[in-house]
Ligand binder design. Sequence first.
Ligand SMILES: *Cc1c(COP(=O)(O)O)cnc(C)c1O
Length: 380
Amino acid sequence: MRTAPNFARLAARGVRALTPYVPGKPAEELEREYGVRHALKLASNENPLGPSPLAIEAARAVLAEVALYPDGSGFRLRRALADQLNVEAGQITLGNGSNDLLVLLAEAFLTPRTEAVFSQFGFLVYGLAVAATGARARMAPGLPAGHAQPYGHDLDAMRAMVGPRTRLVYVANPNNPTGTWLEADALQSFIASLPPRVIVVLDEAYCEYVEEPGYPKALSWLAVYPNLVVTRTFSKIHGLAGLRVGYAISHPRVAELLNRVRQPFNVNALGQAAALASLADADHMARSRTINRHGLRQLRDGFVANGLRSSPSVANFVLVDCGRAAAGVYEHMLRAGVIVRPVANYGLPRHLRFTVGLSDQNTRALDALRAALVATEGDT
Ligand SMILES: *Cc1c(COP(=O)(O)O)cnc(C)c1O
């Protein structure tokens, strides 16, 4: 074979600087590598109830037709979303997960001569999406550990990063991995303070879980701020992470630009059918929300019982300070067959993120945590 060239040097500059996103460890991988059985994964904020039975049924019905391309316009799903959200179908762009939309927005608006702003401790995908375009990433420092929203978005610090080259600002509400959130007044003032040429990408992947009264109804702002783009997903409360369906709600002309850069068939047929059916299952959503509310309390009480501090969270996960390097705790939990999420890659090497599970799953995770804390006593 001929000598392989230095591919990394041939790659686009933005790509050279990238490190791949590290997802939560799949249960099957743990079982294979550690020889444990019945692994429990509470690491990727998946719905422990699974999808709506209606969604499964709808996807199954479409299986027989997968020789055909999906509807590239996503007509039925977009119309159902528009009806439910009280917007126009032309304001909705579907994505292969909302991750797809976060990337499409970067592709549509960023070049190596422009900048994008996001928060330290913000969802990692923002940095990846920006870097791939070669644009300059401006990371605003997050709120301090002692703040009521530990490591949350500091909107003033983010605003200060916005300059003449800024095209995009990514805001997660609530944020992953911190669980922190932004109140309506503060967030609206922030958006109002930005020039209309700066697109605000408001990532609401977990909004359906939030029961906090001050949480914004951001879709109602779309009529006022044409530069606002809200992204949502079927991966979290809808329990359809494996089918990869997300959507953006925006000004129709932003949707039209996203439509130019997206792949013609970016959302598969099973995903479209399942998402459409899931939208009609309000009971499943309500059940998921209730289970999450109880589970959040159970986990947080369990952390307190172990003498640990956790952040407040309005999502389906919670960030806990292990009071020592988290790597050892994580490793001991893995050996007990429980997968949670290390967040050292976010600059939080002493924290772990727990996804809220069913009651018995939370109990198992807390038991594994307790044993791991004993085993790592004295670690710094
Ligand atoms: C999980 C998540 C997403 C999107 O996930 P998709 O499966 O691609 O829809 C987006 N933003 C945040 C903050 C998330 O945690």
